[in-house]
Ligand binder design. Structure first.
Ligand SMILES: [Zn+2]
Length: 360
């Protein structure tokens, strides 16, 4: 998720938050974190921005931020540094042609600085390299000129950053997860299919992800972190029968079971609740066919989200909600997401509520 901010900062969109951040980084910063973290004075940054900038030094982020994963797609060449940025190939030219770079006069100039048009408007390149006579070796020069031969700058097109692993050049969190796991779809955690599902709001997906990691503040977690002390009541808020764990509260508590039973009745399915939220997230909606699965996959996360909200509302505001009201809210909220994603239309709620299969 931090890498997403990194990617947004590298995009060529002019938005207010970005202007503020760039000003805080200092005037020498072009807004391209990939190559310029050395210019950033991290002492003046907020903890969040400090985390984002520090990603560059994190070895685990190599598949996302490493050399070769970001490069410039050159338009008019006015932002890309000819020698120092990656643009012509997967590495900067100063690394690929070190001898040429060593004797070049203009090491910090942009790409457009080196291209010229002759009297017949043909493009050419003037590299401004002075070799000492004794050590002249034209092989690097010839190779680089050969690479440059087909490069044409487009005057009215800006240079943009391009994330190489994606076909469209745009970094996405799901692609990032895939790369970090092992660049192999088979090795993605089994629950990831449900987690990164676009029609569901990010805050709900993030809550779901944190729940699977066992990081939401249920009493078991608070005990493990010594926020609740031994002897303090850590039993389930609803049934008082057992320790309040993530899996119990969201899946197995008798109170939650009433809600899940209504969801199953609504979809006319019979299902044995898995032992963990990770198993639940892997198997929920699978085997239902593409269309039914698309709709049904909305229901699991919304049910978990609303169970959590109802628990907090009762615990902190003393506002208790009947399980049947929550079951109704699940239908309303999931329908809202389904219509936003154009899976169905707003006048179809009565069908959705009574028999969602009829919408397929
Ligand atoms: Zn319980």
């Amino acid at each position: 998720m931090l890498a997403k901010w990194w990617a947004r900062l590298n995009e060529n969109k002019n938005v207010l938050w970005k202007s503020i951040v760039l000003n805080s980084f200092g005037p020498s910063f072009r807004g391209k974190l990939m190559f310029e973290t050395a210019n950033v004075n991290i002492q003046n940054l907020s903890p969040l921005w400090n985390d984002i900038v520090s990603l560059k030094d994190d070895n685990c982020m190599e598949p996302i931020l490493g050399n070769g994963t970001w490069k410039w797609k050159v338009g008019n060449g006015s932002k890309t540094l000819f020698w120092l940025d990656s643009w012509l190939c997967s590495m900067p030219l100063y690394l690929k042609y070190p001898s040429l770079f060593r004797f070049s006069h203009y090491q910090n100039e942009t790409v457009c600085f080196f291209q010229f048009h002759d009297s017949t408007y043909n493009n050419g390149w003037f590299i401004y390299v002075d070799f000492p006579l004794q050590s002249f070796d034209s092989s690097e020069f010839d190779l680089m000129m050969d690479e440059l031969r087909n490069v044409v700058l487009i005057e009215d097109k800006d240079d943009v950053m391009f994330w190489v692993p994606a076909l469209d050049g745009c970094y996405s969190v799901s692609d990032g997860v895939r790369l970090l796991v092992n660049d192999n779809a088979d090795s993605i955690p089994e629950w990831a299919n449900l987690i990164w599902y676009n029609p569901i709001p990010s805050k709900v997906l993030i809550f779901h992800w944190l729940s699977i990691q066992g990081c939401i503040p249920v009493k078991k977690v608070l005990l493990q972190r010594d926020i609740l002390q031994d002897g303090q009541n850590a039993s389930c808020f609803w049934c008082f029968n057992t320790l309040e764990s993530v899996n119990h509260l969201l899946l197995h508590c008798p109170w939650a079971t009433l809600i899940w039973a209504e969801v199953f009745r609504w979809w006319n399915i019979t299902w044995v609740m898995p032992s963990s939220l990770a198993s639940f997230s892997y198997s929920w909606g699978s085997g239902m066919g593409i269309k039914a699965g698309k709709l049904c996959r909305l229901i699991g996360p919304v049910t978990i989200w609303l169970i959590w909200l109802a628990r907090n509302n009762a615990l902190f505001n003393n506002d208790f909600t009947c399980w049947s009201v929550i079951a109704k809210q699940i239908k309303i909220k999931s329908f809202e997401w389904a219509t936003n994603a154009r899976f169905c239309y707003s006048h179809q709620f009565y069908i959705w509520e009574s028999n969602p299969w009829a919408l397929l």
